[in-house]
Write a protein that binds this ligand. Structure first.
Ligand SMILES: O=P(O)(O)OC[C@H]1O[C@H](O[C@H]2O[C@H](CO)[C@@H](O)[C@H](O)[C@H]2O)[C@H](O)[C@@H](O)[C@@H]1O
Length: 292
């Protein structure tokens, strides 16, 4: 995958997209804070379903066309960029090729729900040792899935194991049938079972995107945040935005919409965009508005 350098936007763009209108006053204030002082803003995006379209194999989930170019544009003016994701850092770096782009030097990838952290400036990843329970779970999980519907697969993320059912004949039925036993198994190994889009993640408890976001906002002394997501795992980050607003930091939440998005997430968002392609458009509009 190669993306050309983002175009220079010296003059007026040929087509001017309207500035999006958040549906809550708090979201409007958050957007205004971001547009007024982008150098003090943090733009935090989810990966799967937000920067990259959902596909049947995790290894094939490359960024939407124009996504990296749009990120690189806003990086010219925005203080901090982050990809806050359930994916391992290594997977996001491979799929986005973010290490190639020297203009993304203020990008952080907070992987595995904040367990891992990659900082573009240093090129270093901080990642703890996996919980011992994950190793023990590996064998037990293979055994538990012997009779699972055809098409069930396991994604091994080192710190967590994800059971995927998207490629089964009836993903909803497959998940419903597998969930009780997998939840028990997770618990027995000191892990929690967290549902996502056509997946059940067996992962360490005590880490979520809300904690990851709060830590980064504090470290970067951000005065406004934009958070975009598409799944249940993004809700804690939306909660964190509410708390940050209460503390005087501007916040805006964005839902990257699709028929699979949980209603609870869609209804919580200040802005709803049409999936990763809509996210790219939003990033481009923001780039126009901040003169990036
Ligand atoms: O926090 P995210 O960046 O959204 O990551 C959450 C999980 O996303 C991935 O699964 C989802 O995307 C896959 C590829 O499009 C899709 O096949 C699957 O059905 C989706 O649930 C990923 O594989 C997980 O490891 C992430 O935790």
């Amino acid at each position: 995958m190669t993306e050309p350098s983002p175009p220079a936007r010296a003059g007026s763009p040929a087509t001017v997209e309207p500035t999006p209108t958040p549906r809550t006053p708090a979201g409007g204030a958050g957007l205004a804070a971001l547009l007024t002082a982008p150098e003090k803003a943090l733009v935090a995006l989810d990966y799967d379903g937000t920067l990259a379209p959902i596909v049947s194999r995790p290894g094939d989930a490359v960024p939407a066309p124009g996504a990296m170019a749009a990120l690189r544009r806003i990086a010219r003016r925005v203080g901090t960029l982050a990809i806050i994701t359930g994916r391992p850092v290594e997977a996001v770096l491979e799929l986005t090729e973010a290490e190639r782009f020297t203009d993304l030097d203020r990008l952080f990838v907070l992987g595995q729900y904040g367990l891992q952290r990659w900082d573009a400036e240093t090129g270093q990843t901080v990642s703890p040792e996996p919980l011992p329970g994950v190793n023990a779970l590996r064998g037990a999980l293979a055994q538990a899935l012997v009779d699972a519907p055809a098409g069930t697969s396991v994604e091994d993320k080192g710190h967590a194991l994800v059971v995927h059912v998207r490629r089964t004949a009836d993903p909803d039925a497959a998940l419903a049938a597998l969930a009780p036993a997998l939840s028990r198994l997770a618990q027995e190994h000191g892990l929690e079972a967290a549902p996502g889009k056509r997946v059940l993640e067996l992962r360490p408890p005590g880490h979520d995107k809300g904690g990851a976001l709060r830590t980064l906002v504090a470290q970067r002394q951000a005065r406004s945040v934009l958070v975009a997501g598409d799944d249940l795992g993004d809700l804690p980050a939306f909660d964190a935005v509410d708390e940050l607003r209460a503390g005087g930091i501007g916040g805006i939440t964005v839902c990257s919409d699709s028929p699979e998005v949980p209603e609870v997430l869609r209804s919580r968002a200040d802005l709803v965009v049409g999936g990763p392609a809509g996210m790219v458009t939003l990033l481009e509009v923001l780039a126009d508005r901040i003169g990036a």
